[in-house]
Ligand binder design. Structure first.
Ligand SMILES: [Zn+2]
Length: 86
């Protein structure tokens, strides 16, 4: 199935970038928890990846949702770093 949720890619990138400045646990488990929390607050953006269109669609999605994504990611990092699940 050539379908991906581009929001997943972008949230993953934002978490990685924002975690560089954070002094919290960055293990796979915590990062996955952060990703799940952030993605639950954001709309899914599924695109088909035929014809190599993924990147232009990804760009449009980022522009439309950049502020929302940053807020959701920051809140998710905050929540998990205060209460890591381990
Ligand atoms: Zn951890």
């Amino acid at each position: 199935m050539a379908i991906v949720n581009v929001m997943e890619n972008f949230v993953g990138e934002r978490i990685e970038a924002m975690l560089e400045a954070e002094d919290c646990c960055k293990c796979e488990r915590c990062v996955d928890d952060m990703k799940a929390i952030a993605l639950n607050k954001l709309p899914s953006k599924y695109v088909s990846t035929h014809n190599g269109e993924l990147f232009s669609k990804l760009d449009a999605t980022i522009r439309q949702n950049a502020v929302d994504i940053n807020i959701a990611v920051a809140a998710a990092i905050d929540a998990v770093s205060k209460r890591p699940s381990h």
